[in-house]
Design a protein around this ligand. Structure first.
Ligand code: SF4
Ligand code: SF4
Length: 388
């Protein structure tokens, strides 16, 4: 494993971080397959991963939910005597804060779930401009000051879904920020704060963490023929996962890349890639840019399958509706995607069931107008397979 210094926090972190939002599950998203997830975490830690990321709502049933990821992780670390061996990162559920005392209230719940009395890295979760304005008006910075002084929190930061000018504004407001998590992959260089945000973080020595390195799996599954032909032209052959991860680790403004791993094989494969120095040449960079340009011609929407918008109160399976629409565009095989759409998604959960209530919109990390996107899905697939 290769380790980096996480900005001014001075923490030495494995460049691959273990994300726990997509752990394997059984009956539903809240029902973590604990035996398999424990096996994955054990292997990850034994092979050098030293930072684990979770959050209050991960593996919950509802939108605002009290998820099982923190609970499971707390038990795992405690039972295996690993708490002090690991850099534990979790996130404050900013959208639930209505008054100043709520910050401490939720932190205490999280400490209890995680069976610990301190959090190594505490992030304000999923900052958008309205979220930041709201928590700032509730004096969140005073709360962070108090927690840093008492030792409940050792390092503070935020995860961000904002444009670079707002990112800079928030960073400049509080000198104690040590870490920021942003979305980045070779398709998203100029999306949200993108490469300019990373450059600014490096300039002010704030640690940079990456989420969505594979764009919700989009860069490694259902590879369009045109993209595969480009990869096949490379002088050094790499798998799509290697291209996506090594692209990030070749940047000197990236400290840690979080992968939300779902299977043991993904953990094994990612660790193998993270443990190898692999230089991306100028020619490789040009090829990556060409692949990104090709992907952009196919995209149906920007959904990353993060799941923050679910569940829809009207039962729409937002993630899979948007995903099948995307795959149809990327693979340019509408009939195959229509088969998937009509066989995998229950009639009651298809796009036409959206009533345009708008409840999901504030939760979308990609600022999608979800009902509008679902309307496009409906226009494309219709309401019966015969359409194709
Ligand atoms: S806008 Fe549509 S998809 Fe979103 S919550 Fe309302 S019914 Fe569900
Ligand atoms: S629609 Fe938005 S919030 Fe929902 S899964 Fe896609 S990117 Fe995530």
């Amino acid at each position: 494993m290769i380790y980096n210094t996480l900005g001014k926090s001075n923490l030495k972190v494995s460049r691959l971080g273990f994300g726990t939002m997509r752990l394997p599950t059984k009956a539903n998203n809240a029902d973590i397959d604990e035996a398999e997830a424990s096996k994955m975490l054990t292997y990850g830690i034994e092979n050098g991963i030293n930072i684990i990321d979770t959050a209050y709502p991960y593996h919950s049933v509802g939108l605002d939910g009290d998820g099982n990821s923190e609970k499971f992780l707390g038990s795992f670390l405690s039972e295996n005597g690993l708490r002090d061996e690991i850099i534990l990162q979790t996130k404050s559920p900013s959208w639930l804060m209505e008054k100043h005392s709520d910050f401490e209230h939720y932190l205490d719940i999280q400490l209890s779930k995680l069976q610990t009395d301190y959090i190594d890295v505490y992030l304000l979760h999923s900052m958008t401009v309205p979220d930041w304005n709201r928590v700032n008006s509730l004096d969140v910075l005073d709360f962070l000051d108090d927690c840093l002084a008492s030792g409940k929190i050792r390092h503070v930061g935020f995860s961000s879904h904002i444009e670079v000018d707002y990112l800079i504004e928030i960073l400049d407001e509080y000198p104690k920020w040590e870490v920021v998590m942003t979305q980045m992959n070779y398709l998203d260089e100029y999306y949200q704060s993108g490469v300019m945000g990373l450059e600014y973080l490096k300039q002010i020595n704030v640690g940079s963490m990456i989420m969505e390195p594979l764009r919700g799996g989009r860069l490694v599954q259902n590879i369009p023929d045109k993209v595969q032909k480009l990869w096949d032209m490379a002088e050094t052959k790499r798998t799509p996962v290697e291209w996506a991860l090594q692209y990030l680790w070749n940047r000197d403004d990236v400290d840690c890349v979080f992968s939300g791993m779902t299977s043991f094989e993904q953990v094994r494969q990612n660790i193998e890639i993270a443990s190898r120095q692999d230089i991306i040449s100028e020619n490789d960079q040009e090829l990556i840019r060409e692949v990104a340009r090709t992907y952009r011609t196919f995209l149906g929407n920007r959904c990353t399958r993060c799941g923050y918008c679910m569940p829809c109160p009207h039962g729409v399976d937002i993630i899979n509706c948007l995903t099948e629409y995307n795959i149809a565009h990327m693979m340019q095989n509408p009939k195959a995607s229509a088969m998937q759409y009509f066989s995998l998604i229950d009639e009651d959960a298809r796009a036409e069931n959206c009533v345009d209530c708008g409840e999901c919109i504030p939760f979308c990390t990609q600022t999608l107008n979800i009902p509008e996107e679902l309307e496009k899905v409906y226009e494309y697939f219709g309401d019966e397979f015969d359409h194709f």
